[in-house]
Write a protein that binds this ligand. Structure first.
Ligand code: MCA
Ligand code: AMP
Length: 491
């Protein structure tokens, strides 16, 4: 069993890239070539970890499904990662082969050489050989996606073919995916939002995906105005960027675009809290009532406002089909009297298998069979509302989950920094923006520009602090541990 590509619409366009479109039959053929090429004479990859470093493209999709068909584990990498972050992904999961897009081959070559990883181009993975592809159980590991945790370095979340299929079918049912759907894909393809919610649901349903290597608001809006898409999924930051773009345009130009959004059958927001003000502005501009949902790399989507029925601003709705949700208090007791805040815990076929090679972290994230999300919610008038996270070490910026500990660890290597506390501060566009409060070593000076330049190449750009506050000392608790200062008033 493997996550299938829709087989009922061979002549329909599956992917549109630049001005070219590729039918399901063409894509299927390319995936088979990749699978056979990767097998290179073997009968089954038997969970070999194969990484790929590519933007949203035909090649990316062929790699993902090619690895799945050949029985390997797909490890999609972040094209915006800094080399030390990529090295962590490769070494922590024992990647043996890496397939890079043309633009990334030279950048990644030294890392592959240092870590005995075979570097390949997509063309080198193709084979037209006549051979059988393996069959295997649905419990086979399929995908490793990295997520930041409070354990400083990102952990590899392992999802089986069964769980990937369960995550897709829950969404296809809940949001009534159709083969007539057309969706733009500009989200990064090393996260569940892009991989499962957009790409995989569409390819499961026989729909068409327009691939954009990155978000290009004017280009996207031109296509929206032309009526190209009927489904749209994005993080709240992107809705803020669209609202700003649309309100700055002259009314005539904006009208065609807002009409294009208004005509769609579905606009979804997720990956971070959608502020009520954004929900309302979007409705006022486009007449679309955003559907907000809640998910996590480890569980796919868990809660969603209904496709048909009331979509409530500031709420994430009800459990997805097949997902069991329970709130627990801080004594690990299920909350039965609502509304009372508690940690969201999840059970269901959509839940991940393990953190790769990290049994301690896996064990500690489950209690009595429930996956503990670390997110706190209340159940109010039948709908869940997220109240925040139990860990202050997690920052959500533009839909990315960042570990303050990971960023602090990097900044402490700066020769001028003696102590550091990294925190997320409220930001209209990013939700939270990364801020660093630092104590400098004697006779040292540091500006934000100098810190940014030093971080370049050491951290992904979106993890680099956007604010810097130099302090004489950082607050400490009674045990002498550095605490997060209250920065808002210092900015
Ligand atoms: C870019 N920048 C950011 C972020 N993205 N800063 C903070 N947070 C970010 N997320 C910075 C860059 O470093 C750069 O800084 C400047 O903004 C412009 O960069 P650019 O790449 O041009 O920005 P952009 O293309 O407009 O990107 C914004 C974005 C992107 C499209 C919102 O961040 C994005 O695609 N976010 C979605 C992430 C996502 O899919 N998350 C899902 C994971 P400078 O100018 O200083 O160089 S969560 C998940 O999967 C779960 C299951 C779920 O629930 O969905
Ligand atoms: P990730 O680990 O990147 O999968 O991010 C998952 C996290 O994003 C969750 O644990 C939540 O903290 C957050 N999240 C996702 N969707 C929402 C939402 N609609 N509202 C609030 N937080 C969300």
């Amino acid at each position: 069993m493997q996550v299938p590509l829709n087989q009922t619409h061979p002549d329909k366009p599956a992917l549109v890239e630049d001005a070219r479109s590729y039918t399901y039959a063409e894509l299927d053929d390319l995936i088979n070539q990749v699978a056979k090429g990767l097998l290179a004479g073997k009968s089954d990859l038997e969970e070999e970890r194969i990484a790929f470093l590519m933007p949203a493209s035909l090649g990316y999709v062929a790699m993902l499904h090619g690895i799945w068909r050949a029985g390997g584990i797909a490890v999609p990498l972040n094209t915006a990662s800094a080399p030390p972050e990529l090295e962590h992904c490769l070494t922590s999961t024992g990647v043996t082969r890496l397939v890079a897009g043309d633009d990334h081959l030279d950048v990644i070559r030294p890392l592959c050489d240092q870590n005995a990883v075979t570097l390949l181009s997509l063309a080198a993975c193709l084979s037209e050989e006549d051979r059988l592809l393996p069959t295997f159980s649905e419990d086979r590991r399929a995908l490793i996606v990295f997520t930041s945790g409070t354990t400083s370095k990102p952990k590899g979340v392992v999802t089986t073919h069964k769980a990937v299929a369960a995550q897709i079918t829950a969404l296809v049912d809940a949001w009534e995916w159709q083969s007539s759907d057309v969706i733009p894909l500009f989200l990064p393809l090393h996260h569940v939002h892009g991989i499962i919610n957009v790409l995989s649901c569409a390819l499961w349903s026989g729909a068409t995906v327009h691939l954009m290597p990155k978000l290009d608001v004017p280009q996207l809006c031109t296509n929206v105005a032309a009526g190209t898409f009927n489904v749209f999924m994005a993080v709240p930051t992107i809705y803020v960027k669209l609202i700003d773009y649309l309100t700055a345009l002259n009314p005539e130009e904006a009208k065609a675009i807002t009409h294009g959004f208004g005509e769609m059958r579905l606009n979804v927001s997720g990956s971070a809290a959608c502020p009520v003000e954004v929900f309302e502005s979007w409705q006022a501009l486009t007449k679309q009532v955003l559907l907000e949902r809640y998910g996590m790399t480890e569980i796919g989507m868990a809660l969603s406002n209904p496709y048909r029925g009331e979509r409530r601003a500031g709420c994430v709705g009800l459990p997805m089909p097949g997902v069991t949700v329970q709130l627990f208090d801080d004594q690990d007791q299920p909350i039965t009297e609502h509304p009372a805040p508690g940690e969201i815990r999840i059970k269901g076929n959509t839940v991940f298998l393990e953190y790769w090679n990290n049994p301690e972290a896996t064990a500690s994230s489950f209690k009595d069979g429930w996956f503990c999300t670390g997110d706190v919610a209340v159940l109010e008038d039948g709908y869940y509302r997220i109240m925040g996270r139990s860990s202050i070490d997690i920052i959500k910026s533009g839909g990315y989950k960042l570990s303050a500990l990971e960023i602090e660890g990097k900044l402490l290597a700066h020769p001028g920094i003696a102590e550091v506390a990294v925190l997320g501060i409220e930001d209209r566009t990013w939700g939270e923006a990364v801020a660093a409060a630092v104590v400098l070593r004697p006779a040292q000076q540091l500006t934000l520009a100098a810190l940014k330049a030093w971080c370049d190449g050491r951290l992904s750009a979106y993890k680099i602090p956007k604010r810097l506050v130099v302090m004489d000392s950082l607050p400490r608790n009674a045990m002498g541990k550095v605490m997060k200062p209250k920065l808002k008033e210092s900015l």
